[in-house]
Design a binder for this molecule. Structure first.
Ligand code: PLP
Length: 429
């Protein structure tokens, strides 16, 4: 590669949410294995991010690699229109068996955001086909559902890209983010905002869309499972669809297979992505109930109107099958529980630190919310100097390590976070 490839990168390549004029630094990674990323200068970093919820088994996992190699030698891709193949069928069988009950019709797409678009289109087509066209969704404040237009329109309206694209986005209805935290005691009336909004507006709504239990990119909050049970009841009462965005929470991250399992509920549509392929390939799935799928198929269109070029990509499906096979013995449960215990032991004492507003842990997710906004590039480079890969945003320093992380590696991540809080220049005053 050209020796100036970092200069080329800065000049020509967009990274997530960065400026082309003042890009945040990008660190060159040449390989990744287990819980470690290796930089081009040979430094090795303990990974605390699982590449944004995805690499749950760590990197370069031999079982997933083998499955992908085997699949490559047969075919990497073939169109899904008019063709099917084992990797997709096997994956869909697995998903139907794993997700909360009753979700049996699977749409495979290429990213989380697209899975959300698909879910929203399904809800719209469902109502159209029922002869009662409606177009509004009810979403939660501090929610995050992706970066495409439909997904953006149901993200938190204040704390997202809404304003930038104001005139292009359909307006939906929002209720306050659930205030009662996971682990607190539920009080009657905690749901007031939700129930009154639904009582007033249900007749114009298609569906409620939410991230169950964990509101991720919108603020890393964990809310009470009873809220989910109430949403389910209210959706049943008013005949609304419930869309659960499990793109971040799926596949064990919160300590259950899916976050909906904390509440024992099943949505009408569920979206999964991120960890679906163990962080190797981009793939997502939207699953729905048969009556929803059949209503949609009875529409004027006669079908569901979506079909990505790379739908059901065999290589991605093979990776997903291997990743799920690694989860099936449920040995992730004690590992996630052990990570949770170590995160609590390491992070809860930081509640006394003057820079810290809050600390929360659920499953293999640990969050330190700071009082001041974080100077991301300064703190990022300090973390790299400490030999860890932790990428904060806003006023959140958080960990969601691969499930395979060992005690020593996780301890390094925790020490780094505790140490980071003592430097004024890591914060924007
Ligand atoms: C990441 C994420 C998405 C979007 O997925 P992409 O693959 O980035 O398009 C949607 N919803 C939630 C909850 C997410 O965490």
């Amino acid at each position: 590669m050209h020796p100036d490839y970092l200069a080329f990168d800065r000049r020509h390549i967009w990274h997530p949410y960065t400026s082309m004029i003042h890009p945040l630094p990008s660190y060159p990674v040449i390989s990744a294995a287990g819980c470690e990323l290796t930089l081009s200068d040979g430094r090795r970093l303990v990974d605390g991010m699982s590449s944004w919820w995805a690499a749950i088994h760590g990197y370069n996992h031999p079982v997933i690699n083998q499955a992908m190699n085997d699949q490559i030698s047969h075919m990497s891709h073939v169109m899904f229109g008019g063709i099917t193949h084992y990797p997709a069928v096997e994956l869909c069988q697995r998903l139907v068996a794993l997700v909360p009950s009753g979700l049996e019709c699977v749409f495979l797409a290429d990213s989380g955001s697209v899975a959300i678009e698909v879910a929203m289109k399904m809800a719209l087509q469902y109502w159209q086909a029922s002869g009662k066209p409606r177009r509004k969704f009810l979403a939660l404040r501090q929610g995050y559902h992706g970066d495409t237009f439909g997904a953006m329109s149901v993200c938190d309206p204040d704390n997202s890209m809404h304003r930038l694209y104001n005139n292009y986005l359909p307006t939906h209805l929002f209720v306050d983010s659930p205030q009662r935290r996971f682990g607190e005691t539920w009080h009657a009336g905690d749901d007031l905002n939700l129930s009154t909004t639904l009582a007033t507006h249900h007749a114009s709504l298609t569906a409620v869309i939410l991230e169950p239990i964990v509101q991720g990119a919108g603020g890393m909050h964990f809310y009470h499972p009873h809220y989910l049970r109430l949403v389910r009841e209210l959706c049943d009462q008013y005949g609304l669809l419930l869309i659960a965005d499990e793109i971040a929470t799926g596949f064990g991250r919160t300590g259950e297979w899916f976050a909906c399992d904390h509440a024992g509920i099943s949505p009408d549509i569920i979206c999964v992505g991120k960890a679906l392929t163990g962080g190797t390939m981009t793939l997502s799935a939207t699953l729905t109930r048969r009556h929803v799928a059949e209503t949609i198929s009875n529409s004027d269109a006669g079908c569901f109107m979506h079909g990505p070029t790379f739908m059901g990509n065999p290589l991605a499906c093979a990776a997903a099958n291997a990743s799920i096979s690694l989860l099936e013995d449920e040995s992730w449960r004690p590992r996630v529980a052990a990570i949770a215990a170590q995160l609590r032991a390491g992070l809860l004492p930081l509640l006394d630190h003057p820079q810290v507003r809050d600390v929360r842990v659920l499953g293999a997710i640990g969050v330190v919310e700071t009082k001041l906004p974080i100077a991301v590039s300064t703190l990022q480079s300090w973390f790299v100097d400490q030999g860890v890969w932790i990428r904060p945003f806003g006023s959140y320093i958080y960990l969601m390590p691969p499930y395979i992380i060992n005690v020593e590696a996780l301890q390094r991540l925790l020490y780094a976070i505790a140490g980071a809080l003592d430097y004024q220049n890591h914060f924007i005053i």
